[in-house]
Design a protein around this ligand. Structure first.
Ligand SMILES: Cc1cc2nc3c(=O)[nH]c(=O)nc-3n(C[C@H](O)[C@H](O)[C@H](O)COP(=O)(O)O)c2cc1C
Length: 400
C-alpha cells in the first residue's frame, strides 16, 4: 500500500466514526489518503477530525471555487489508485448503482478510472431490502467490489447483517484491490497449525506450531486473487475470517481433508506441523503405577508425499523445519517427496514466532529470504510460487 493514493469516501452511516481508525491504519500501511465526505457524513463526524488524522483538508463541496480548475471530481479521480467508500450508506450505494452525481463524492466515483471498493454499513432491514440487493448486483455487474458487511449487534439494538466489516478483512480487501491478481482463477489449498494426537482421554502429543505462517499465506494468497481453502489444526489465534477454513485436529482428519480437496486445487502449500508418530490411543486415563512409562508410537503416513505422487498436476510446496543442516535436509525432502518447492527454516528461529528467515529451494536454486515478519515472508514465498508455477504451466503472463 506504500504511496498508493486512496480516496476514502465517508457517507452518512452511524459507523462514520470508524473512518478515524481506518485512516490511521491506511496511513500506517503507507497509503496517501484523501478524505471526501458527504453532507450527511458531517452530521456524524467532524471533517476537522478526519483532516487531523489524514493530514489533508477534507473535500466535501463540489462548488468550492477556490481550488485549481474548479473540476475537483475529475482531478481527484485521475489521481487515485483506489476509491474506498467506508462506511457506505444504503443511500450512497443506491446512487452508485444508478450513476447519480449530485455531490462531490458521487461525481468522483462516476468519473473514476480506478477500482472502487465499497464497505456497506446499515441496519439489517435496509441491508435485506430488495432495493439494496438490486443496487448491489448492479454495482457488481459494473465491476465494483464489496467488503462485508458483517453479522452482529447493530447500533439500533437489532442483531443481523449490516455491520461494517472488521478492519482486518477490510485491509485485506483493500490490498487485494490494489495488487495485481497474480493468482486470479487459481485455487490454493493451505494447511497450517499443529496436529493433536490423543494418548488417552486426558493427554495428547502436539507441537509448538502456532499456525501464523499458514494464516499469513492464506491472507496474502487471498489478497493476490486466489480462491483459498485453509485446513488448520491447533493454532494460537483464530483463523482468518475472509476465506474458507476447515478445522482438522489430528493427522487422520488432516490427511482425509487434504486428499478430499487436492483434486479441486492448483497449488498445495503444506505448512502444518503434522505428527510423524501417533500414539496408540488408550481409552480412559493412563494410570500412574510405574517409575517409567513407555509409550508406543506408530509412524504416520506422509501426507504431502502421498498427495504429490497421487495428484500429479498439483503444484506442491512443503515446509521443512530443522534444527541443523537446514538447507541440506530440506533438499533431501524436496527430492524424496517429489515436491515442486520447499521452504526451509530453523525450528528455533521460526516455530511459534512472528517472524522468520527462510530459504526457498526449487529446481536446484536456493533463494534466501532474510528474517522478516511472516506476512511479508508469505508474500515473498507466494511471489516465488507464482513465478515457478507460471513457468511450469508455460503461462506467458509470467511476471519476473
Ligand atoms: C441517527 C442516524 C443513523 C443513520 N445510520 C445509517 C446507517 O448506519 N446506514 C445507512 O445506510 N443510513 C443511515 N442513516 C440514514 C442516512 O444518513 C441517510 O440515508 C442519508 O441521506 C445518507 O446520505 P449520504 O448517502 O449522502 O451520506 C442514518 C440516519 C440517522 C438519522
Amino acid at each position: 500500500m506504500i504511496n498508493k493514493k486512496i480516496i476514502l469516501g465517508v457517507t452518512g452511516s452511524i459507523a462514520a466514526y470508524k473512518a478515524c481508525e481506518l485512516i490511521r491504519l491506511l496511513k500506517k500501511h503507507g497509503a496517501d489518503v484523501q478524505v471526501i465526505m458527504t453532507k450527511s457524513a458531517k452530521e456524524f463526524i467532524s471533517p476537522l477530525t478526519l483532516q487531523g488524522l489524514s493530514g489533508k483538508p477534507v473535500l466535501e463541496d463540489m462548488w468550492e471555487p477556490s481550488k485549481g480548475n474548479g473540476m475537483e471530481h475529475i482531478n481527484q479521480s485521475k489521481k487515485s489508485d483506489l476509491i474506498l467508500i467506508a462506511p457506505a450508506s444504503a443511500n450512497f450505494i443506491a446512487k452508485l448503482a444508478q450513476g447519480l452525481a449530485d455531490d462531490l463524492l458521487s461525481n468522483v466515483c462516476l468519473a473514476r478510472n480506478c477500482p472502487i471498493l465499497i464497505a456497506p454499513s446499515m441496519n439489517k432491514n435496509m441491508w435485506e431490502n430488495p432495493a439494496t440487493k438490486r443496487n448491489i448486483s448492479l454495482i457488481i455487474e459494473d465491476g465494483g467490489k464489496f467488503s462485508g458487511p458483517e453479522n452482529g449487534e447493530q447500533a439500533c439494538g437489532d442483531e443481523g447483517m449490516g455491520r461494517l466489516v472488521n478492519e482486518k478483512i477490510l485491509l485485506l480487501d483493500i490490498k487485494k484491490s490494489l495488487s495485481p491478481p497474480l493468482f486470479k482463477n487459481k485455487n490454493i489449498l493451505i494447511t497450517c497449525g499443529a496436529t493433536f494426537e490423543k494418548i488417552d482421554d486426558a493427554r495428547a502429543i502436539t507441537n509448538l506450531s502456532s499456525g501464523k505462517m499458514g494464516f499469513s499465506l492464506a491472507d496474502e494468497a487471498y489478497s493476490m486473487g486466489a480462491n483459498v481453502t485453509l485446513i488448520y489444526g491447533r493454532t494460537e489465534t483464530l483463523p482468518p475470517g475472509n476465506i474458507k477454513c476447515i478445522y482438522a485436529p489430528n493427522h487422520e482428519m488432516m490427511n482425509k481433508l487434504v486428499k478430499q480437496h487436492a483434486k479441486d486445487n492448483n497449488i498445495f502449500i503444506s505448512s502444518a506441523a503434522i505428527s510423524d508418530y501417533i500414539p496408540k490411543t488408550i481409552s480412559g486415563k493412563l494410570k500412574k503405577h510405574k517409575d517409567k512409562l513407555i509409550l508406543e508410537l506408530k509412524r504416520s503416513s506422509d501426507i504431502i508425499l502421498e498427495t504429490a505422487s497421487e495428484f500429479k498436476n498439483l503444484f506442491c510446496v512443503g515446509f521443512s523445519a530443522e534444527s541443523e543442516k537446514i538447507i541440506e535436509n530440506a533438499k533431501i525432502k524436496l527430492k524424496k517427496k517429489k515436491l515442486d518447492m520447499i521452504v526451509a527454516n530453523s525450528i528455533n528461529e521460526s516455530m511459534g514466532k512472528d517472524s522468520a528467515e527462510v530459504h526457498i529451494i526449487f529446481k536446484g536454486k536456493v533463494v534466501h529470504i532474510p528474517k522478516k515478519n511472516k506476512n511479508k515472508l508469505a508474500s515473498d514465498i507466494l511471489m516465488n510460487i507464482h513465478k515457478l508455477e507460471a513457468k511450469r504451466n508455460n503461462i506467458h503472463e509470467y511476471i519476473d
